[in-house]
Design a binder for this molecule. Structure first.
Ligand code: MG
Ligand code: ZN
Length: 220
């Protein structure tokens, strides 16, 4: 009866062990690592394109992009001359720490920031620590306000919550205060930023926040 549970436990224990090794490596090299998780279509890649534009002017950025079977998102970033590598999971609906470890040989050795775009899914990416310093969960306005209560683990394990596509809020009658208070009731320490990649709302706040967090990580 418990065999399935044991297998799952072993997978997660193995994953955590590799994630700790990743984290150690990132610390040695001074790479600040951000893991973005969300449902498909919340605007992760679009936000990363914006991030290349702004943050990429002053810092070296690298990107690992998870997808079940296409290279589209990494191609989008490469159009901005970004150092991006696509991790194709071959059906797996989340990234695992050893996928990150293996992918590191395909990107620059010592970027200032490494962004990991997880596979579009709010469930299991929350259970797989990759060795990141910052976990960011995104919900876009068209997805609705009920995401925190439906996927609590994603909110409990993240440090940042981005509400994206805020330019659409009037059309969807979206109650931003309600989703914020739901998210904060799960995780009172969440940093919340409202983002519209379309009209640049929140982009500077996002960039400044990343720079600040990297400084704290480096102790400077
Ligand atoms: Mg994407
Ligand atoms: Zn999965």
């Amino acid at each position: 009866m418990s065999e399935g549970i044991d297998i799952k436990k072993n997978i997660l224990e193995y994953n955590d062990k590799i994630a700790e090794e990743n984290k150690k490596l990132f610390e040695e090299k001074g790479i600040f690592v951000i893991n973005l998780i969300s449902a498909p279509g919340s605007g992760k890649t679009t936000l990363l394109e914006k991030t290349v534009e702004k943050l990429g002017k002053d810092y070296k950025l690298s990107f690992l992009i998870g997808d079940v079977d296409t290279e589209r998102d990494a191609e989008r970033l490469k159009k901005h001359n970004a150092d991006a590598y696509q991790i194709i999971t071959g059906g797996t609906c989340h990234l695992e720490a050893d996928m990150i470890r293996k992918a590191l040989s395909h990107i620059n050795e010592k970027p200032d920031f490494l962004f990991i775009e997880n596979v579009g899914n709010l469930v299991c990416p929350a259970s797989f620590y990759l060795g990141e310093h910052l976990r960011v969960v995104l919900v876009s306005i068209p997805e609705g306000e009920d995401k925190p209560s439906k996927y609590p683990k994603a909110f409990k394990t993240s440090q940042v919550f981005l509400i994206t596509k805020t330019d659409l809020k009037e059309y969807f009658g979206f109650n931003i205060e309600a989703i914020k208070s739901d998210a904060l009731s799960l995780n009172p320490r969440l940093k919340i930023i409202e983002i519209s990649s379309k009209n640049n709302e929140g982009i500077s706040e996002w960039i400044d926040f990343l720079i600040q967090k990297r400084k704290e990580f480096l102790g400077i």
